[in-house]
Design a protein around this ligand. Structure first.
Ligand code: KIV
Length: 265
């Protein structure tokens, strides 16, 4: 499906696996979120090689204040919808908050998401969840790491803030990235990591880094799709580069149509 829009894909026309994403070190690739069939199709037709059913769905689809309330049942429902698009791009799903407290629970949750149609899973954290990550990978499920600002911990943290500004955080992030690589993760998302530290991490590991609000020098970039399109209902983060005001245009279309309806008599 990729070439239909005339896009240049770094991955060709074959089904994209986690191993293909692992091989995109230095390639510069895009990843975006999808929460349903229609958006997964649209991203796939645009040639996006990694499509994430992110738990950001809590905020941008379900109306929760943050990602911490998203349940495994909600994730399964949205993964099933996105998986019906049978994307060429790799379909990754987030393990929701509190669903990977132990290695056994992590594997059980990852298996549920796989059964729903995800081809790989992502969880937030580094060395503190290493036994869980090792168990997921040992169960044969490809794993995407997520370091830096961890939205599932936003309540303890008291907000979204840039990570890696102090030496202890920088060292911790580097050690976590190496631990994820050594455990067998195929790539790692760096969220709100100080750009200089993201550069260091990218140079220190052989798997791709995928930045979000972490500067422009990671191996790939990921965004919440509704942020990119300008349709996120409540808030669009500062790091989002394009604001095409699609949300406003959608509302104009609805208003124009509504106003054009007149009584037939
Ligand atoms: O849930 C999400 O959307 C994410 C981001 C990194 C894109 O995890």
């Amino acid at each position: 499906m990729f070439p239909t829009l005339g896009t240049v894909s770094p991955v060709g026309n074959e089904k994209i696996t986690a191993e293909r994403i692992r091989g995109l070190k230095g390639a510069g690739f895009a990843a975006l979120t999808a929460y349903d069939y229609a958006m997964a199709r649209l991203l796939d037709e645009a040639g996006v090689p990694l499509i994430l059913v992110g738990d950001s769905l809590g905020m941008v689809v379900l109306g929760y204040p943050d990602t911490t309330l998203v349940t495994i049942e909600e994730m399964e429902h949205h993964v099933r919808a996105a998986a019906r698009a049978k994307t060429q791009g790799l379909l990754v799903a987030d393990l929701p908050a509190c669903s990977y407290e132990t290695p056994e629970q992590a594997v059980a949750t990852a298996k549920r998401l796989r059964a729903a149609g995800a081809e790989a899973v992502k969880a937030e954290g580094g060395r503190e969840i290493l036994p869980q990550i090792q168990s997921i990978i040992a169960a044969g499920i490809p794993f995407l790491g997520h370091l830096g600002m961890l939205p599932q911990h936003v309540r303890e943290e008291g907000g979204y803030r840039v990570k890696g500004k102090i030496p202890a955080e920088r060292e911790g992030l580097l050690a976590d990235a190496v631990a994820l690589q050594d455990a067998g993760a195929f790539a790692v998302v760096l969220e709100l990591v100080k750009p200089e530290v993201a550069v260091e991490i990218t140079a220190a590991i052989t798997i791709p880094t995928i930045g979000i609000g972490a500067g422009e020098t990671c191996d790939g970039q990921i965004l919440v799709t509704t942020d990119l399109l300008g349709t996120s209902p409540d808030y669009i983060p500062k790091h989002v580069p394009v604001r095409p005001e699609l949300g406003r245009r959608m509302s104009e279309i609805v208003r124009d149509w509504k106003d054009a309806i007149s009584c037939p008599n």
